[in-house]
Design a protein around this ligand. Structure first.
Ligand code: AP5
Ligand code: MG
Length: 210
């Protein structure tokens, strides 16, 4: 199965992806890839990526497509099931993706804007294994404050999780990514998921679509 998760910042794409990995899926998050690339020091590309990401703007399509294609082709060549988290994010990216593989299902995680802000401000992630937590929801809190349950490393807030950047990220989603809902609906492969359901309930819907 090849699936896409579309949703606003904080809608739960990464959280559901963690559960899909436990169910045999490979996970490809362009956000995670870009955060890793942006860490390089004395590197022009890293500087540019940081500028886009800290302002909440999308990375240009050509660069994004090139990065995504390399990873997706590896998964296709190995005949793996995968979940694309945060890619594609524009119609141009969706058109490009359609030239390299056929997607089975697209899940749109539909969450109200007021909920998104609470989720993003409460999010903490592990610096080491990247596991995602939330300090505002009991079932998503780490057992020990500030420490990852899985690997014991420190948890931190993402650099782009400040109020100003979140506003721009939500705007980019509304303008550039929302048109994809129509795009995939027309292809008959879109399923809308209530983002207020628990992660378990959302997972059940996705796994049933297998
Ligand atoms: P990316 O890393 O993809 O960020 P995003 O789209 O803004 O989404 P987030 O990771 O913030 O949220 P999420 O949906 O994964 O939610 P999560 O599961 O963490 O992209 C970052 C940047 O990279 C972009 O701004 C852009 O610059 C660039 N970029 C990336 N891809 C690109 C592309 N294709 N093109 C161009 N540029 C690109 O959950 C959030 C919180 O809510 C967590 O604390 C979690 O515990 C909690 N939560 C999750 N589910 C639930 C639930 N069901 N109930 C209650 N709480 C929940
Ligand atoms: Mg994410």
């Amino acid at each position: 199965m090849k699936i896409i998760l579309v949703g606003a910042p904080g809608s739960g794409k990464g959280t559901i992806s963690e559960r899909l990995i436990e169910n045999g899926y490979n996970h490809l998050s362009t956000g995670n890839i870009f955060r890793k690339l942006a860490k390089k020091e004395n590197d022009d590309t890293a500087d540019k990526l940081r500028t886009f990401m800290t302002s909440g703007k999308l990375i240009p399509d050509d660069f994004t497509n090139e990065v995504a294609k390399k990873e997706i082709m590896e998964l296709i060549n190995e005949n793996k099931s995968f979940v694309l988290d945060g890619y594609p994010r524009t119609e141009m990216q969706a058109n490009f993706l359609s030239t390299i593989c056929k997607i089975d299902q697209v899940y749109f995680l539909d969450v109200d804007q007021s909920v998104l802000v609470k989720r993003i401000t409460g999010r903490r992630s592990c610096d080491n294994c990247k596991k995602i937590y939330n300090v505002f929801f009991d079932q998503l809190k780490p057992k020990q404050e500030g420490i990852c349950d899985v690997c014991g490393h420190l948890l931190s807030k993402r650099k782009d999780d400040n109020e100003e950047t979140v506003k721009q990220r939500i705007e980019s989603f509304e303008e550039d990514t929302m048109p994809l809902i129509n795009y995939y609906q027309k292809l008959g492969i879109l399923t809308k998921i209530d983002g207020n359901l628990t992660t378990d309930e959302q997972l059940e819907i996705i796994l049933k679509g297998k």
